[in-house]
Design a protein. Structure first.
Lengths: 986, 486
């Protein structure tokens, strides 16, 4: 039976009883549109009625304008001066690392800093930065930072500490038991506080200490080398392009001599490096020789005699090896008197520095190229001597109060001084702690240190230029600056950092308040120029490591953690070492021959021991390293560190003693039989295809193309001729890119040194996730720009080239065709746009990208992220969720901002240099040029015309917008290097 | 023993042994289903426990994947696709045998197909079901992929899928394939479902009845049926070639050396048929032993399938040789290196497994003794499937792990999630098979009887003594229908 289902519409309510009773009148009433009588006109239409109606409707017509009474509400318009919501504010400040100040510009969004750039006005930045500066903003938001005053491990506060200091005042006396331990000073206002402290407590002592020695010459001078004035540079164990200079000035100046400005008659400087480890300076060199650290002194002496005995005609004997090259190097130096320089690094003892100074003197370089500038530090003794004395006094119980402002001396101090144990013998230890580390665990009072981005201070560059360090955010954890701590302890006239700095500088400025504001605005202060001297003294009293059999161990700073202070900084940990490409750990680097001799390979754990002190660490084989030498980056293996740095690497400080601060001799190595996994971002190091079977022909892929300058002169088009391919035609017609702004990039391989500044700048700008060691080992790191390092030549004496690889923004991009949901499309300005919210994550685009620049979010990299860490994100860039592909966008957010800005100024065409991607801006070598290739006056358009300009994998017809300027080396024609560049044909 | 020496092309070899009557053929097959359902043997439950357990593992792994991310697999940069797409192509490939048997052999009038086509087509459907898991779940955001890959109208006006992408072609090809295969299989089932209906009682009768769409076995019904069957066979035939060609386009249209080659469509199709037949042989050998169907699925049938395996395996071997030759002949250094790397690089163990299983092993089927030996062909068919899995893995992983820029070279290692997911798809496949075997007649009874009747007519017309004498006990004039005999 068919049942008509009842439609449910809810209860029916009656309007009135009449409805219920169905009264006919009510029915009528119900059915009317207007229950009143408005629908009826009782009178018949007469002329009078019509006119009445017309008049009424005319009069009432205006009622359509009637509406609710208007009520005005008032917005809270009391905003922050200069603050436009959504637009960033920039503040100039300065950061000191290793005693070198680099002026910075901090970009702040909504009152918090999110990105660091170099300050173009600052002489030691000139707009560029190092990776450390770029990553410093993440350290500000480190959830494991010291946040609370600790008294013997228990939470306390500043007032309790102040009270304790009050009680201590009586016991200070003339300061006989009072010691201050700080980083090398370059802050004038802090120097004033120090002066006051030492005046008030004449018997107190102030010791400067840093774990990475930057100056082995004489205090208080440091060498100032104008690399752009040197046509020939000889680096003896000096990584001046890398970690031996934490500023970017050496890079900037040196690269000026590398870039080809006139391609018809190209001129380049020449760099010889003679070093035990493979550094980025060695990678940039035209000739690289490897010798042991202990042999550098002898080499320098030999070079000196070769220079001094110029009366004998110099014969170049043999080829390739370091000794035989001395004559050629000497000849080259002599031919460039007054415009050459010999440099050596901080790991070499002072005696070697003295020889090098004599070399420069003999060559007439001192004055034109090399001068020695007075440092702000007043420590006249060798740093290690002062520190040893302090440790001795502490052990003897002569120290009553120790104020530590140096970073983690208990961790970094030479092992033979037993500093950590001595700390316990000091009655009052006060430590200004960045995080609760090894020294904090051994100190009585731990005061949280203020990060440079959240505190007032100042710093001087070596030439005397001062910069005010101004905070960009309220202190997150109520930290104190070192000046504030000392001021509190010693009763300085000003107690707050702002007062200390301002009251120091204001009287010195002739313009008063306006000048102070200008100094804050510009980031630099005209200060008394630092005069140089040409007659430094050297602390040759500090002994060099004695000659001994066994292995030499070289203690080098780490690109990631420097001396260990950045262990909890995830961006730095994940940024691979430029040469080894190792992340999240350090390793004991061995040369291939040494590794073979010991029978160890990648990941095998060895034990390194001397005089009862030993440490165990995994091996990495490093081509080009000196034999019987172990290179260990220091700073890893910390025990008291946050969750990012926990369990990373091994502690090389355990075997570093006061007589082997830079390198040590006489170590023993044994195999342990264990292995340790190491995570590298690049696992294959050669452009030559591996020989898998005998009949394979030798093929070297022409990815990073290189030639000598002589070859370039003969054959300017060598780069494009390295690959033969048929004419590149597409089935589809080419898109017309001749109109409008077309973005493109050119990367000068002559300039890139591989320093990682661009990588970390990109991570900061684009909110790139950190994946951790296990995921890096699986190959899932997220860097949008990577630095590919290839070795060429033999395994023992290789050369290295580095190429930054980003998304090439190909005009005929292989990735665009294959995305099933059209999540990657091409913009009319030539960018390959990645649409995150459309991406479903099939990864076909990544498979089809021949450059492999696309990165997939395999997991949720932001899971359980601390709230404070989220403050570092750039609000202009989406944070991608898991399952979505991402890649370099040429910093499209910056391009869009520049276009918006131009539009408000009523123009559409952007000027050259108006928009710079983060990588190009950070690069200290200025190797990345970005711009509108349709603007014929722009730098990029000119670079694209260069014969050196080539596209990587052009034979695939991807038409990449990012092209490369082939690398040139300038070898000495008299030296046929063992690492001669191979010619690639076909 | 089947007589394989064919003298008269008009006389087919004996395809049904033991001279059963038409009715006996029906009961032989129907009683399998009825027997199981009357009292479900514990072996079926044990098998279901095993395969069902694996299926549960599959769902658990997929759930873990969706909630945590693709990172639970071993995929990385540069190997963006690994087990996920390998398994997808593996399962789709297996499905092709069923369609070939059902459709192409039908159009070629290969009568021996009738005993195996239902089974094989079921295998196709279940294989496609397993395959379809992967394109959906290998995406980073499957909850989006589910509908953004389809050309559905949406509020964003013209945001359609990117029709230039082979993955979109895949969507169309595989969904067409699934739909047409299902239809074809179902239509073919109708007369047999009617048989089951006529023999069943109670709920079973109602369900079979609904499914058999009122089949009465009338001449009109038969005419419509034959026409529909022919059309579907005609539609399915190009699918055998096109679907796997489209799947191969996933690789062939890319720029990667080792993928970017025009040989892929025929090479993949041949490989698909090769692996599909191997899977049919594997399953059929078990089924005919378990259900005593040796007289319906004779050694002749198995031997024919082995011959197809030999032919397609040889084609696949030839394709390997061609690839190698062209890689060398092209002079393209990337291409050359890819192939040297395949054979002698870090994945050489996978490569040589593939070669020995795919190229060497089917060649044993030149020997009649081996191709008619049940244990041998069973083991060999498993080797072939292992080899074909490795072929897809070698193609995908070796081309991806070392491509143009040596700096991005890497290595892929599967995780336990990869492995359990794959194992779980076997569980799903076999679970579906267990249900198929329990509820549906696994041999196309109506078609077998039709073939037998046809034979009988031929013998009578040509007057030869070849062929079984199917006239006893039922008379020739008895209508050959699938519905009315009890």
């Amino acid at each position: 039976m068919i049942q008509i289902t009842k439609k449910l519409t809810g209860k029916k309510y009656w309007r009135s009883l009449d409805q219920v009773y169905q009264a006919p009148e009510f029915q009528d009433w119900l059915n009317r549109e207007f229950p009143g009588e408005a629908a009826e006109m009782h009178d018949e239409p007469s002329r009078r009625n019509i006119l009445k109606l017309m008049g009424a409707s005319f009069a009432l017509g205006g009622l359509t304008a009637c509406r609710r009474p208007v009520e005005h509400i008032l917005p809270f318009s009391k905003g922050v001066e200069n603050f436009i919501h959504g637009k960033p504010l920039y503040y100039n400040t300065v950061m000191s690392l290793g005693g070198t100040a680099v002026g910075l510009t901090a970009e702040t969004n909504e009152g918090r800093p999110t990105k660091i750039e170099g300050n173009p006005s600052h002489g030691w930045s000139l707009g560029g930065t190092r990776g450390y500066h770029q990553a410093s903003v993440l350290s500000l938001y480190d959830p494991n930072r010291a946040g609370v005053v600790l008294n013997e491990g228990k939470n306390s506060d500043w007032n309790a500490f102040a009270g304790h200091i009050q009680n201590l005042q009586g016991s200070f006396g003339n300061g006989a038991g009072l010691r201050f331990l700080s980083e090398p000073l370059n802050s004038p206002s802090f120097a004033a506080v120090k002066k006051h402290a030492l005046t008030r407590f004449p018997a107190a002592k102030w010791i400067e200490y840093s774990a990475i020695q930057t100056n082995a010459t004489a205090q208080p001078v440091i060498p100032r080398i104008a690399f752009d004035k040197a046509a020939v540079v000889v680096a003896l164990d000096s990584d001046f392009l890398g970690l031996d200079d934490t500023s970017v000035l050496a890079v900037k100046e040196f690269v000026r001599g590398r870039k080809i400005t006139n391609e018809d008659s190209p001129v380049m400087n020449r760099l010889y490096t003679i070093e035990p480890q493979f550094t980025v300076t060695g990678a940039a060199a035209d000739h690289r020789y490897r010798i042991k650290s202990s042999e550098v002194g002898a080499y320098a002496s030999a070079l000196l005699s070769a220079i001094q005995s110029q009366s004998n005609p110099l014969k170049v004997v043999g080829q390739g090896s370091a000794d035989k090259a001395i004559a050629a190097i000497a000849k080259d130096l002599l031919a460039n008197r007054g415009k050459s320089v010999v440099v050596t690094g901080p790991r070499q003892p002072a005696a070697v520095h003295q020889i090098v100074h004599q070399l420069n003197q003999a060559l007439g370089n001192v004055g034109p190229v090399v001068t020695y500038l007075k440092t702000a530090s007043e420590q006249t003794r060798p740093q290690i001597d002062a520190f040893k004395e302090l440790a001795g006094e502490m052990a003897n119980g002569q120290v009553n109060t120790l104020v530590i402002m140096a970073w983690n001396p208990a961790f970094t101090a030479p092992a033979d001084l037993e500093f950590e144990a001595s700390l316990k013998k000091v009655a009052n230890t006060i430590y200004l702690a960045q995080d609760v580390d090894e020294t904090a665990a051994a100190s009585k009072w731990v005061i949280p240190a203020a990060h440079f981005l959240e505190s007032w201070g100042d710093a001087t560059a070596p030439d005397g230029t001062a910069s005010i360090q101004q905070p960009t955010i309220q202190p997150i954890h109520d930290g104190k600056s070192p000046a504030e701590l000392v001021a509190a302890i010693t009763g300085y006239k000003d107690q707050k950092a702002y007062d200390i700095v301002r009251n120091y500088w204001l009287p010195t400025l002739s313009g008063g308040e306006a000048a102070w504001k200008k100094a804050l605005h510009d980031g630099i202060l005209p200060a008394a120029a630092n005069t140089g001297t040409t007659t430094p003294t050297f602390h040759t009293s500090v002994a060099s490591p004695p000659a001994a059999s066994g292995f030499e161990v070289l203690f080098v700073p780490s690109w990631s953690v420097f001396d260990g202070r950045f262990v909890n900084n995830a961006w730095l940990q994940e940024a691979p070492d430029p040469i080894t490409k190792l992340t999240w750990d350090n390793a004991a680097l061995l040369s291939p021959a040494t590794a073979k001799k010991l029978g160890v390979g990648l990941g095998d754990v060895i034990s390194i021991e001397r005089n009862g002190r030993k440490v165990e660490g995994p091996v990495m084989v490093q081509p080009g390293q000196a034999d019987d030498t172990i290179v260990i980056p220091v700073g890893y293996g910390r025990t008291k560190v946050g969750h990012v740095g926990e369990g990373t690497g091994f502690n090389a400080y355990k075997i570093r003693t006061s007589d082997s601060f830079g390198f040590g001799t006489g170590f023993n190595v044994t195999k342990t039989g264990r292995t340790y996994p190491l995570a590298r971002t690049q696992e294959f190091d050669y452009q030559e295809e591996p020989k898998l079977i005998g009949f394979q022909s030798d093929v070297s892929r022409p990815i990073v193309r290189e030639a000598t300058i002589e070859e370039f002169k003969k054959e300017p088009n060598f780069a494009n001729e390295m690959v033969e391919h048929p004419p590149l035609r597409s089935l589809y017609g080419d898109y017309d890119y001749s109109r409008g702004q077309q973005w493109a990039m050119a990367i000068d391989l002559n300039a890139c040194i591989g320093c990682n500044a661009c990588m970390i700048a990109c991570v900061a700008e684009n909110n790139i996730g950190v994946v951790g060691k296990e995921q890096v080992a699986r190959g899932r790191e997220m860097h949008w720009i990577r630095l590919d390092r290839y070795y060429t030549g033999s395994v023992e004496e290789p050369q290295a080239v580095t190429a930054p690889i980003t998304c090439m923004q190909c005009e005929t991009a292989p990735c665009e065709n294959v995305c099933p949901v059209a999540a990657t499309v091409h913009s009319p300005e030539g960018l390959n746009d990645m649409v995150y919210n459309r991406c479903v994550g099939t990864r076909y685009c990544s498979n089809n990208c021949p450059y492999k620049v696309r990165r997939f979010n395999f997991l949720n990299w932001h899971l359980n992220e601390a709230e404070v860490t989220k403050m570092v994100y750039n609000p202009e860039v989406t944070v991608r969720m898991r399952g979505v592909m991402e890649k370099c966008t040429y910093c499209v957010q910056r391009i869009q901002n520049a276009k918006i800005q131009a539009r408000t100024e009523n123009r559409r065409w952007l000027k050259d240099g108006e928009v710079t991607p983060a990588c190009a801006q950070a690069c200290p070598a200025e190797c990345i040029t970005f711009g509108n290739v349709n603007d014929l006056e722009s730098r990029i358009a000119k670079l694209k015309q260069s014969p050196r300009n080539y596209a990587m994998l052009a034979e695939l017809n991807t038409k990449p917008r990012t092209t490369y300027l082939a690398k040139l080396r300038n070898p000495n024609p008299e030296l046929q290097p063992a690492n001669a560049v191979e010619e690639h044909r076909g | 023993m089947a007589d394989l020496a064919i003298r008269d092309p008009h006389v087919s070899p004996v395809l049904v042994e033991g001279n059963p009557s038409l009715h006996e053929v029906t009961t032989d097959v129907a009683q399998i289903v009825e027997g199981i359902n009357r009292k479900v043997p514990k072996e079926w439950y044990m098998a279901l426990a095993l395969t069902g357990g694996l299926t549960m593992i599959l769902f658990a792994m997929l759930g873990y994947l969706v909630f945590t991310g693709i990172g639970v697999w071993g995929n990385n940069q540069p190997v963006g696709w690994a087990w996920d797409i390998t398994n997808f192509v593996f399962w789709i490939g297996i499905g092709h045998a069923g369609t070939l048997i059902s459709a192409i052999l039908f159009l070629f009038r290969q009568k021996w197909r009738t005993s195996i086509n239902r089974f094989a087509e079921a295998m196709t459907l279940f294989a496609v079901a397993c395959a379809l898991i992967y394109p959906l779940f290998h995406t980073g955001r499957p909850w989006r992929a589910a509908y953004w890959l389809l050309p559905l109208p949406n509020t964003h006006l013209s945001v359609w899928p990117n029709f230039r992408s082979p993955l979109v072609w895949d969507v169309f090809a595989v969904s067409t394939y699934a739909t047409v295969s299902a239809l074809f299989w179902y239509v073919g089932l109708i007369p047999d479902l009617a048989t089951m209906r006529d023999r069943a009682k109670g709920l079973a009768q109602k369900i079979y009845g609904a499914l058999s769409l009122g089949w009465r076995g009338s001449a009109r019904h038969w005419r419509n049926y034959e026409m529909a069957y022919l059309i579907l066979a005609g539609v399915s035939t190009p699918l055998v070639l096109s679907v796997h060609s489209v799947v191969s386009f996933d690789f062939a249209t890319s720029v990667l050396p080792g993928w970017h080659t025009t040989i892929f469509p025929p090479y993949f199709v041949a490989g698909a048929i090769f692996s599909g037949f191997a899977m049919v042989v594997t399953l059929m050998v078990i089924a005919r032993w378990a259900f005593q169907l040796q007289h319906l699925v004779t050694l002749k049938h198995l031997e024919n399938m082995n011959k197809i395996m030999l032919a397609t395996g040889t084609i696949v071997g030839y394709a390997y040789a061609t690839e190698f030759f062209i890689a060398w002949y092209s002079g393209n250094p990337y291409e050359r290196f890819t192939f040297i790397n395949r054979a002698f690089g870090p994945y050489s163990w996978a490569y040589w497994t593939m070669i020995s299983c795919n190229v060497i092993s089917p060649q044993f089927f030149w020997f009649k003794k081996l191709r008619t030996s049940i244990p041998f062909m069973f083991i060999l068919s498993i080797f072939v499937n292992i080899g074909m899995w490795f072929e897809r893995f070698v193609i995908i992983a070796t081309s991806l792990h070392r491509d143009f820029l040596p700096s991005s070279w890497g290595y892929f290692v599967p995780t336990y999630v990869d492995m359990l997911t794959f194992l779980g798809t076997f569980g799903l496949f076999l679970t579906l098979f267990l249900f198929f075997v329990r509820f549906l007649p696994m041999i196309a009874v109506s078609e077998v009887k039709g073939m037998m009747a046809n034979e009988a007519m031929h013998s009578a017309v040509h007057g030869t003594a070849h062929g079984p004498d199917i006239h006893a006990p039922a008379p020739v004039s008895e209508p050959v229908s699938g519905g009315l005999h009890k």
